[in-house]
Each structure stands twice: as structure tokens, then as C-alpha cells.
Design a binder for this molecule. Structure first.
Ligand code: 6PG
Length: 227
């Protein structure tokens, strides 16, 4: 488990979303006042949806938000399982973030081409201000899966044979995801309990390999972890 990880255990998934939303908005205020922009990496999967819905209702300085994705499934842009579709429907289409500040992964082009293209956006972004990540039942995060090998120095990986459908994906690397001022893991549900236990016991899971300098904040509900 990361040395400086801060665990925020809340009773319900709704409380997790509310606390994480407040944290993200505070980080945005600080980043914009200090550096003029807030570079946020969105998490995929279903857990973040509650957070995105709350963010969409917030009064934020959206014109200075810059949006990236931690990973994407190699599916058509309008496919219901695209991480970018969910984020657009519940957040990005509802707030005034300039379109040229939303960096969608072109995963419909396939893993290799999309990874090659997206690494340019990640390189240009430099250090992120906030990365959001979920965790799968096997301890994967973004599309970094147990047992998968990737070149360490890559910014963005092409992913094949994903154990979580679809098999082909694109993922920002652990190294690039760790290049952030703040990072939040959003974890809810009893089905994550085993992976949380393994992670906390020191297992070498993909979630454990995400190690920003300032540590990580884990927002987790009581179904997923009971301290
Ligand atoms: C993806 C996600 C993935 C997700 C976890 C948790 O594209 O599938 O990036 O890493 O965060 O699998 O998914 P849930 O939030 O749906 O449990």
C-alpha cells in the first residue's frame, strides 16, 4: 500500500461522492488561483458517476478546467460502454468547459493508434492537478490489470486481452498517472472488499503501483472497507 495514503471511510456511496466532490472542487480552486488552470483526469467505470453528477451541479470556474481520461475502452464513440459517453452525458455536456480543453482518448481507432496519439496530449499536460481512479475487484485501476506487462517509460499503453470487457483498451501508465499533485481513488461496494484487503496487506496490485509524490486519498464506503 502506498506509504502516504489517506483513507476516508464513509458510510454510504452517496457520502463518498459528496466528500470526493468537495475535495475536487477545492483542488480546482487552488489550481486555478495558483496556476490559472485545473488539469483533471477522469476515472472510468461506474463508481465515479455519482461524483460527476454532483460536479455538474456545482458553481465552478469551468472555463479553466482541462479534462483528460485515465483510460478508455476501444469502442465506437457513441457506444454505451465508453467512459467518455458517461462523462459527457452526466457532466461535460452540462458545464461550460471549452471543447478544446476536453481531451478524449480516440480509442475507437484501436489501442496502438489511440495510445500513440494520446501520449502527445499527456506529454503536453505535464503534471496533472488531480487524477481520479476507480479500482476493480482484482485490484486493477484505469486499464492497468494484474499480470499485464507494459514498457515502464510509456506515458500511454495499448491494452490487449483485458479481463474486463472489452478486451482492447487504452490506458495512461502508472508512471504518468502518478505525475499528479493530487490523486483520489473512488471505491464503493462489497465486491471490492477482497481487493482492498489485499491492497492494504501490501499485495503488488496495479492500484499499489500508483504513487504520486503527495500520496493518495482513498474515498471508500463501509461496504468496501471497515476500518
Ligand atoms: C474501466 C475503468 C476501470 C474501473 C474499475 C472499477 O474503464 O473499466 O477505468 O478501471 O475504474 O473497473 O469499475 P466500477 O467503478 O464500475 O466498479
Amino acid at each position: 500500500m502506498q506509504t502516504n495514503s489517506r483513507w476516508h471511510t464513509l458510510e454510504t456511496a452517496e457520502q463518498v461522492a459528496e466528500a470526493a466532490c468537495r475535495h475536487i472542487l477545492n483542488a480546482a480552486d487552488s489550481a486555478i488561483s495558483e496556476r490559472g488552470k485545473f488539469k483533471l483526469v477522469l476515472a472510468g467505470g461506474s463508481t465515479p458517476e455519482k461524483v460527476y453528477r454532483l460536479l455538474a451541479k456545482a458553481d465552478a470556474d469551468w472555463a479553466n478546467w482541462h479534462i483528460y481520461y485515465g483510460d478508455e475502452r476501444c469502442l465506437p464513440v457513441d457506444h454505451q460502454d465508453r467512459n467518455s459517453l458517461m462523462a459527457s452525458q452526466v457532466l461535460l455536456d452540462k458545464v461550460a468547459i471549452p471543447a478544446n480543453q476536453i481531451f478524449t482518448m480516440p480509442a475507437e481507432l484501436g489501442p496502438e493508434v489511440a495510445a500513440d496519439r494520446y501520449k502527445l496530449a499527456v506529454a503536453k499536460a505535464g503534471m496533472f492537478d488531480m487524477v481520479l481512479l476507480g479500482m476493480g475487484e482484482d485490484g486493477h485501476t484505469a486499464s492497468l490489470f494484474p499480470g499485464h506487462q507494459h514498457p515502464q517509460d510509456e506515458l500511454v499503453h495499448a491494452v490487449y486481452n483485458s479481463p474486463k470487457p472489452p478486451p482492447e483498451r487504452v490506458s495512461i501508465s502508472a508512471k504518468a498517472l502518478s505525475n499528479t499533485r493530487e490523486l483520489i481513488f473512488l471505491i464503493t461496494g462489497a465486491n471490492k472488499q477482497e481487493a482492498v484487503k489485499l491492497w492494504r496487506s501490501g499485495a503488488d496490485l496495479p492500484v499499489a503501483r500508483i504513487a504520486p509524490e503527495n500520496g493518495v486519498d482513498v474515498y471508500i464506503d463501509s461496504d468496501a472497507y471497515k476500518p
